[in-house]
Write a protein that binds this ligand. Structure first.
Ligand SMILES: Cc1ncc(COP(=O)(O)O)c(C=O)c1O
Length: 398
């Protein structure tokens, strides 16, 4: 049969990058291509204990339908935590539990954007969100980042050129894929531009609790004086991505619309995951748990950066993240980045993600690739970086 797909999704293609990523299933390949939490970061024993108690004490509640907005005790806990962090205003805002932060991007776009409306994103940005936006046929416009975050001059140009902009999508902390953090000054500038051009901001913050260097920077949500920011958070990187629990905070009318849209998507988020997240926050010292995670990622990030300092050609530059999971590495202008990534995996058995995977269109020019330090072992970091370094020297000189 000849299947004719809807216009909405017919332009979503399996990525050319898969050709590189398919090598990561080979166990002899060292993968810096993942975006997963470190295996040692999972609180397995606590999760086992809490799960057993959940099924002993409240089995029907775990197995029964729940409400679309989310498990009330978890919502209340998150509201209190977000209020304390300055990210929630009870008078004007609500909080919905979602199936991962991924669903926040989907629901925000579904609720607010018509086909052809403009959505501005950092270029590069998180591929999962970009694909969610593309599936709603928005006019997706990329604005580059400099060392302080999204370039405000180019953002203003994009806003002027696209008066139908509905959302500006930002990942201000330890951005995926660049590892960059938007400075406070820049956050204020971006918010002021959203005010000037009367558009909303979608602030995605799944890595904010994973800062291992430098000082915390206030969220854009915390400076949202006129209710134009949708804030997305997640338990994926601080507890477990497999439980699929995220959340959004937004003005009450926006959350009401997202609730209706979620009813259509999946009715509710998984009860077990929500109840586990709630009990974990009640029964385990969550802030001590976060400290443990930060120590794990600090050690791994420093190990990788030290290896890169030692082994990489001096023609290569890379970001020095203060948190999160990623380093963004840039080859000299004009070099064959795809060729480098292919040789790395085929000849040296080291997988990285070519930067084009994170561009608005895979055809957009980039000489960068993404490295992940959370998943590989220390030994794999040492060996993989040494091999990548040797390849950089061979291709680009000392
Ligand atoms: C920037 C960013 N946003 C959102 C997500 C989605 O996370 P989840 O749906 O697991 O909460 C990810 C996952 O890697 C991410 O990197």
């Amino acid at each position: 049969m000849n299947y004719i797909f809807s216009e909405k999704v017919s332009h979503l293609q399996a990525s050319a990058i898969r050709e590189i990523l398919k090598f990561t299933s080979d166990p002899s390949v060292i993968s810096f291509a993942a975006g997963n939490p470190a295996p040692e970061a999972f609180p397995v024993e606590e999760v086992q204990r809490i799960s057993q108690k959940l099924f002993q004490e409240e089995p029907i509640a775990v197995l029964q339908y729940g409400i679309t907005e989310g498990y009330t005790p978890l919502r209340d806990t998150m509201k209190a935590r977000m209020l304390a962090q300055g990210n929630f205003k009870p008078e004007t805002e609500e909080l919905i539990i979602t199936s991962g932060a991924q669903q926040v991007m989907e629901l925000a776009c579904k609720s607010l954007c018509d086909p052809g409306d403009t959505l501005i994103a950092e270029a590069p940005s998180f591929i999962g969100s970009l694909n969610a936006f593309k599936s709603y046929n928005v006019n997706l416009v990329g604005v580059p980042l400099d060392d302080e975050g999204m370039d405000p001059v180019k953002l203003e140009e994009a806003l002027k050129a696209n008066p139908n902009t509905k959302l500006i999508y930002l990942i201000p902390n330890f951005q995926n894929p660049t590892g960059k953090t938007t400075t406070l000054k820049r956050r204020k500038e971006l918010y002021a531009l959203a005010q000037k051009y009367n558009t909303m901001i979608l602030e995605d913050n799944p890595y904010g609790d994973l800062r291992f260097a430098g000082e915390d920077v206030p969220t854009i949500k915390s400076m949202d004086t006129d209710n134009r920011v949708i804030y997305a958070g997640s338990f994926s990187k601080v507890l477990a991505p497999g439980i699929r629990v995220g959340y959004a905070i937004a003005p009450k009318p926006v959350i009401s619309k997202m609730v209706v849209c979620k009813q259509v998507s999946d009715v509710q988020s998984n009860n077990f995951g929500q109840m586990l997240a709630y009990r974990f926050m009640q029964e385990v010292d969550f802030d001590a748990h976060l400290q443990k995670l930060r120590a794990i990622y600090k050690q791994k990030a420093e190990r990788m950066m030290n290896g890169m300092d030692k082994h990489f050609s001096r023609k290569i530059t890379f970001t020095r993240p203060e948190g999160g999971l990623f380093i963004w590495c840039t080859l000299p202008q004009g070099s064959d980045m795809m060729g480098f990534c292919s040789r790395a995996v085929q000849e040296n058995k080291v997988a990285v993600v070519p930067g084009s995977a994170f561009m608005i269109s895979e055809q957009d020019e980039t000489f960068s690739f993404r490295l992940n330090y959370s998943t590989p072992t220390d030994e794999a970091i040492d060996n993989g970086i040494e091999m990548l370094g040797a390849l950089t020297k061979e291709m680009f000189g000392e």
